[in-house]
Design a binder for this molecule. Structure first.
Ligand code: NAD
Length: 484
């Protein structure tokens, strides 16, 4: 299938007529031939978004909300077809992950529609009896939305729905690995009746070629007011330097510590750890990258975790019994190989899995892996592994466990397992992360809750989720009226 950019309400080829191809991680077959975007294509899309700005910001809020609800209905009505294509393009299991992702994408459009209808401002008291101080939220203007390959529908919807709800117009650039999902999502918006230029889509081969011209133009252009990006911390840092004083909403890497204390329900903790490590083949920002276990329950926990891990059947993502599909792409799988090699060289032991699985259509099927005796000097503890690996470390007391948990540049999502409420709160207060879960997997989130990195760490800037994204994507405009 040929994919084109969507600019100013029309599907158009690349300015220079060039293309690239995208293969399925599941079958290895070529899925799409895609218009290769250039800086010029990005500029065309930014111009279209700028031109649509006046119209979109002046639309009645109820009209924007109606279109968002319509988009949700269309997405929901196609859930099976969209989820099947998502599985084949991204690799995630159809029944347990792709369908829920489509459902939550539709939900994000509904949430944005409802949030924007209730977004009231304020009248502030004044020290002068003749002054009325009004606070209102107004759109920024053009928002660039740059997204990764691990949640090809969900993550774009987290930005696009609230951006449009608030009256912004959007230029959207997905990862080169998941172009089909992006095109399908934009088709739904087009059919819902989103005005021409309100959401524009430009493809780029940047993830494959290593040169990200389209994304860079979307970050540096003076016509862009804000940039929403989900991606690696190194990408977020580069983008924040290039963006200057634009509004930034960055969702970057995580090294989620999952902490198991000696008074916790071990069976529950092991089950939640497997979910945290193996969902989406471990390719999640809030995966349990580091599992830190109190030494008193270490061996019991490891045994329970291995039993849980054995249940995670690796296979074709459309097979209903599959819980892990292939990894999405070779560079990510190679990084997992490297982390395992590094860990083993430094003394870690592999108790389950440990490498790629044979006998599949591609080399991207990775065995669910449990590694123990991980130490702080290993790559497992220093850099996101981003694969189906449960890497278990040992801590001898609460203080040492806390220190290990915080020995990272990241601060996204953490979890602690304990039966003691005061101990739970000690960790909630002292673990340096944006979100801390108690007796729940690090994978748990709800679409309306604010999600993001802790300020001062390197997991991002701002909050994504529900009305909190609307606040991020609007200016708080102060108006003072003299009533005399
Ligand atoms: P990535 O950083 O390689 O790419 C993300 C997006 O940024 C892609 O669209 C890419 O083309 C674009 N990009 C790359 N360089 C750019 C540049 N110089 N200018 C503009 N755009 C540029 O990340 P990825 O491999 O696609 O995704 C995995 C990463 O995303 C992991 O680190 C993961 O933790 C993170 N992530 C974070 C969250 C969160 O909510 N915090 C959620 C999902 C994924």
């Amino acid at each position: 299938m040929n994919l084109k950019h969507f600019i100013g309400g029309k599907w158009v080829g690349a300015e220079v007529g060039d293309v690239f191809t995208v293969r399925s991680p599941v079958t290895g077959e070529v899925l799409y031939t895609v218009a290769r975007g250039s800086r010029e294509d990005a500029r065309r899309a930014i111009d279209a978004a700028s031109e649509a700005q006046d119209y979109v910001r002046s639309m009645p809020v109820y009209e924007r909300a109606r279109l968002l609800h319509r988009a949700a209905e269309i997405i929901s009505s196609r859930r099976e077809a969209l989820a099947r294509e998502l599985s084949i393009e991204q690799g995630k299991p159809y029944a347990t992950e792709a369908l829920p992702e489509i459902d939550e994408t539709a939900e994000n459009f509904r949430i944005a529609a409802e949030d924007i209808k209730r977004l009231d401002g304020k009248v502030m008291p004044s020290r002068d009896k003749n002054k009325l101080i009004l606070l209102r939220y107004e759109p920024y203007g053009v928002f660039s939305v740059i997204t990764p390959w691990n949640y090809p529908y969900l993550i774009p919807s987290e930005y696009i729905a609230p951006a449009f709800a608030a009256g912004n117009t959007v230029v959207f650039k997905p990862s080169s690995y998941v172009v089909g999902s992006a095109a399908r999502l934009v088709e739904c918006l087009e059919e819902a009746g989103f005005p021409p230029g309100s959401v524009n889509l430009v493809f780029s081969d940047g993830d494959l070629s290593g040169r990200e011209e389209v994304g860079d133009e979307m970050v540096v252009s003076d016509k862009v007011a804000g940039v929403g990006l989900t991606g690696h911390t190194s990408t977020g840092e580069l983008v924040s330097r290039r963006a200057g004083m634009k509004k930034l909403l960055l969702e970057c890497g995580g090294m989620g510590p999952l902490i198991v204390l000696d008074d916790s329900d071990i069976a529950r903790a092991a089950r939640a750890t497997a979910i945290s490590s193996f969902t989406n083949a471990g390719q999640v920002c809030c995966a349990a990258e580091r599992i830190i276990v109190h030494e008193r329950v270490y061996s019991g926990f490891v045994n329970a975790l291995i039993e849980e891990a054995k249940r995670w059947r690796l296979g074709h993502p459309l097979d209903e019994s599959t819980l892990i599909g292939p990894m999405n792409n070779e560079p990510t799988a190679r990084k997992v190989d490297e982390h395992i090699r590094d860990g083993v060289e430094k003394g870690a032991r592999i108790l389950l899995g440990g490498g790629r699985a044979l006998g599949f259509s591609t080399d991207l099927y990775y065995q669910p892996t449990v590694v123990v005796d991980v130490t702080p000097d290993m790559l497992f503890n220093r850099d996101e592994t981003f694969g189906p690996v449960a890497a278990v470390m040992r801590g001898s007391n609460d203080e040492e466990i806390l220190e290990l948990a915080n020995s990272t540049i990241y601060g996204l999502q953490a979890a602690v397992f304990t039966r003691d409420i005061s101990r739970a709160f000690k960790f909630v207060d002292q673990v340096r992360a944006g979100q801390v879960l108690v007796n729940e997997s690090t994978l748990y989130w709800e679409p309306q809750e604010p999600f993001g990195g802790l300020g001062g760490k390197k997991s991002g800037i701002g909050r994504l989720g529900g009305v909190y994204t609307v606040y991020e994507m609007t200016n708080l405009k102060t108006t003072v009226i003299d009533t005399s």
